[in-house]
Each structure stands twice: as C-alpha cells, then as structure tokens.
Ligand binder design. Structure first.
Ligand code: GLN
Length: 539
C-alpha cells in the first residue's frame, strides 16, 4: 500500500516547506523508494497561470502542460522525475470539480457543503497519485500556514485521511520556526508550541516537527519541544539555515529525518541512501575554479522568484562547468542606447528572460543588439527569443518597425505573430501553447551539437511565434532556425552563425534542468561565457 506524508507549516509562511519536502523525498528516493510530491495551494485561482509573477513568483510548467506552483520545479530539480497536473491542486480547482459535479446531478439532491464534499474532493486528489501504483510514498505539501481560514478544509481532509488509512500509513510533518531573540540571546519555542496546539485543536497530532532555526538547537530545547508538543525526542528535527538549498537533503540525513519517517510508516530502511551524484554536484558547486558574471535582463527582477528555474539552471550548469555563476539582474525598463554599454559591457554573458506585454521590451531589444554586435554570449528564452528576432529584423534586415503583434498589431513587419488557432481563443486560463512539444534539430547547427541528437522535446508557455513568412530572409542573412517543430513547422530555436554563442529558444529549457541533468543549452552558455571572460583577461 502507498504511504502518505503530509507537510504542514506553522508560525510564518516562507519557511521552505517545498525544500523540506523535496529534500525528504530525495533521501527516500536515494534509499530506493519511488516517491512523488504534491502541492495543495489554498487560493481560488484554478492555477497560477493567470497570476502576475510578482504575486507568487514563476509559473512552472509540467510536461503535460499544467501551469503550476514553483515548488514543483524544486521537486523535479531534486528528484529528476517529472511531475504533472495531479501534483498541483488549488482550492479553485477543487471547487470547480465539485460545482461541475453538482451541475451534473452527481450529488443526488444532497446539499453540497465544505464538509463532506470539498474535503472528499481533496481526499480524492490525495489518493489519485497513490492509486496510480507508480509510487511507494506520496508527500503532500499543504500551502499556507496552519490557522489560515483558507487552509482549514485541507487540514480537516488530512485529519480524516489519516484516520481512514491509519497512523502507520500516513504521518504529518509540521514545519515550524524557532526564532532567536538577540536581546535575550535565546531560541524561543513558544510559537512552535502554539502552532502545534492549533493543529491539535483541528484534531491533528503532528508526528514530526521540523524546526527552522538560525542557530543550532541543543538537547535541552529539543527535549522541551518534544515534551510540550507531545512528540518523540528523535522526531524534533533541526533545519538550520543553509548556504544553498542543495545542502538541505544532507542536513536532513544528518538529523535522520528519513529514518524517523520510515520507522513511523513501518517501512524498512532498504539500502543506505545513495547520494554519490548529489555529493559530487555539491562538491563542484562549492569549489568552483572560475567565476563569471551573467546579466539576467528582465522586467520582474525586483522579485528573484520570478525567474527561479532560470537561476537554478545557472547553478546546475555552473557546477557542471566548475564555475561560480554570479547573476546580475538588470531591469529591462532601465536600458537605453546611451547606457547599454555601461550596463552590459563588463558582463561575460547575457540572458534575456521570458515575459509578457510591452513593458521593458525596447530595453531588451537594445540589450540584444549590443551583445550581438559585441560578440558577448547571448541566450534568449521565449520572449527573449522573440526580441532577438525583432532586433535582427530591425537592425540587420532593415525592417524599421519589425515587431511582435503582441506589442504592435499594426506593424508592417510582423516577424512574431500569433498562431492561427490562438486567434480564436478568448479565455485566458490554460489556453497558451503549453507543455512538451517535439523539436527536430538541424544537423550541423550549434543546437544539434549541444543536444547530441536530432529529436528533442521541450516545454512551452506562449501564444506568439516566429512568423515563417520571414524565415528565408532571416536564414539568408545568417540567423538560422536550428530547431523546428516537425508537425507544425514552428521555429523553436534560432542561432547566429557568426557569433561565439547567440542561441535563443521559443521553449523554456530552464524547466528541464535538474541536479542530475543540467540543461545542455545552459551548460554551453556558461562555458561560452567563461571563454569570453578568459579572453578578456588575457587581452
Ligand atoms: N509573451 C510571449 C508570448 O506569449 C512570450 C511568452 C513567454 O516569454 N513565456 O508568446
């Protein structure tokens, strides 16, 4: 039977439930268990696809085209196993399903209520992954903080679920904060006691407490927490601030979180965790032999979470190259012809980020012209690729007002335009070109050489495309389409022939970069930037 682990959060938000869940999953996977992680988000949006990145950071896209919470990115980066729509469920989705069932008459005249109908639907979603037979253990992370009104149905569903399957088959891990009061010079356990009391009021006794802290928790404090929160002393787990999220699995291993979990679930320890590859990655990450500075040009740079998968992909590819990648965020709105040299001239490489809408577009185009003309390695993603096409159209092919019809519907040169099937769509949620699509790489191109094969699949999230009416003109001038969708002929990758590294993708390569498999386009972008850095110092 599948075993279930629920991860709740107390005291404050942002304690890192996603990283703790992913780290525990990593340890269990390294012991030989098949594990997946699911996240419940207590907001009413059906999915985060319609959210502004300033709200919840990046929207992560799965293979099956689900627009999901960025924690799913951590799950995939840690486990190297794809997630799907079933791994992220929101209150909006739960209610939508229940309301649709009500309209179909599925409740046979009953009054439809939060309890039992909403809680039953939550339980259906918990069971769904377990019933697939693909996993030994399902970890379910509950978004929000215990005590939030909107989280209550989830907590109640967990209480019922635990009662139904029995305490050997489902456990609750509560992530909490042990603040350090500098004036008193003490770690304080009271907020944790209160948040556990609140869980108890809802009928849940947590099995394990993971305590976020800035200072080590000594045996006295552990004993105090255990006594007042009614858990075993070995179920009080310290989670000290780490220099990188990738340290957390090893910190949890040291705290024996995996052993405690397996004992409570009556599962065997199997083998000792095989973390050789993980440790090798960490070794490279922490002992770089070189350093480069990369500019990340985007318009959401005030909130680094908006580009989470990109910054993580830099970490994976940097470690692969034994190179520390210092990412400098540059607001595209602030880039002008006058200041572009000052802003970008000293960088070793520049990535132009994905995005939507007109704000900051001209700054991205100016940045791309600069790096193209100055042979600075360039990597464009989604809107970044579209801007590279616009820039080339304007400045190389002489199409003065070349643009995307997203920004200018009346341009004479619509080098980026909307796909025919997109034009009929009026609803905004879940209607973009989403998820994995195949791409055929042309032999002899940089892209082909980097991937080392001709057929790849990559994940998408966009409405606009390269306009193939202009393809011949572009290729004749040296910007080639090195990757094409074999069914629709859509251009998926462009590159310049006479440039050290000028590659841009309509898809999002960052979504498939993991610790175990850094992405080839990122690996090569870093190594090209490293070459550029070396060239500068040898001048
Ligand atoms: N706004 C562009 C489009 O919809 C690019 C989207 C993106 O960068 N993810 O096509």
């Amino acid at each position: 039977m599948t075993k279930y682990i629920f991860v709740t959060g107390g005291v404050t938000s942002s304690l890192g439930k996603g990283i703790i869940s992913a780290s525990l999953a990593k340890l269990l996977q390294a012991r030989g268990y098949r594990v997946t992680i699911q996240k419940f988000d207590p907001y009413i949006n059906i999915d985060p696809g319609t959210l502004n990145p300033y709200e919840h950071g990046e929207c992560y896209v799965t293979e099956d085209g689900a627009e999901t919470d960025l924690d799913l990115g951590h799950y995939e980066r840690f486990l190297n196993v794809p997630t799907s729509q079933a791994n992220n469920v929101t209150t909006g989705r739960i209610y939508q399903t229940v309301i649709n069932k009500e309209r179909q008459g599925a409740y046979l005249g009953k009054t439809v209520q939060v309890i039992p109908h909403i809680t039953d639907e939550i339980k259906n979603n918990i069971r769904y992954l377990g019933d697939s037979g693909d996993y030994d253990i399902v970890i379910t992370e509950l978004g929000g903080t215990v005590g939030d009104i909107e989280s209550l149905p989830y907590i109640e569903a967990v209480r019922q679920f635990k009662w139904e399957v029995g305490s050997n088959n489902a456990i609750v891990i509560h992530l909490t904060l042990i603040p350090f009061l500098a004036a008193a010079g003490e770690l304080k356990t009271k907020p944790t006691q209160h948040s556990v009391k609140m869980l108890l009021e809802y009928g849940i006794q947590p099995d394990i407490l993971v305590c976020r802290t800035e200072h080590h928790i000594g045996p006295d404090i552990r004993k105090k927490i255990a006594l007042f929160c009614n858990v075993n002393i070995n179920a009080v787990v310290e989670s000290i601030d780490a220099s990188t999220i990738y340290d957390v699995p090893l910190l949890m291993l040291k705290e024996q979180l995996d052993r405690t979990v397996l004992a409570k679930l009556k599962l065997s320890l199997k083998n000792e965790p095989d973390l050789e590859q993980w440790k090798d990655f960490l070794g490279r990450l922490k002992n770089p032999i070189s350093e480069i500075k990369i500019g990340l040009v985007g318009k959401y740079v005030e909130l680094p979470d908006a580009y989470k998968s990109i910054t993580e992909a830099f970490i994976h590819a940097g470690a692969f190259n034994e190179c520390k990648v210092k990412v400098q965020c540059i607001h595209s709105e602030g880039i002008t012809e006058e200041n572009v040299a000052a802003k970008l001239g000293k960088l070793d490489g520049v990535l132009v980020a994905p995005g939507f809408g007109n704000r900051g577009i001209e700054g991205k185009i100016i940045a791309i012209q600069y790096v193209r003309e100055h042979n600075i390695p360039f990597f464009g993603i989604c809107l970044g690729m579209q801007c590279a096409v616009i820039e080339f159209g304007r400045n190389v092919l002489g199409m003065a007002d070349a643009h995307s019809t997203e920004m200018d519907e009346n341009t004479d040169f619509a080098v980026i335009s909307m796909m025919e099937e997109q034009k009929k769509i009026t609803l905004k949620g879940g209607t973009m070109r989403l998820g994995a699509y195949p791409c055929e790489l042309k032999k002899g191109t940089k892209a082909y050489n980097l991937y080392g094969k001709s057929r790849i699949t990559e994940r998408h999230r966009h409405r606009y495309e390269f306009n193939n009416d202009f393809l011949k003109q572009y290729e004749d001038a040296g910007m080639i389409a090195s990757g094409i969708n074999p069914e629709s002929n859509l251009v998926e990758i462009i590159e310049l022939k006479n440039h050290p590294y000028f590659v841009a993708a309509q898809f999002h390569p960052e979504l498939k970069s993991t610790v175990a498999t850094p992405h080839p386009l990122f690996i090569k972008f870093i190594s090209a930037s490293l070459e550029n850095a070396k060239k500068k110092t040898s001048l």
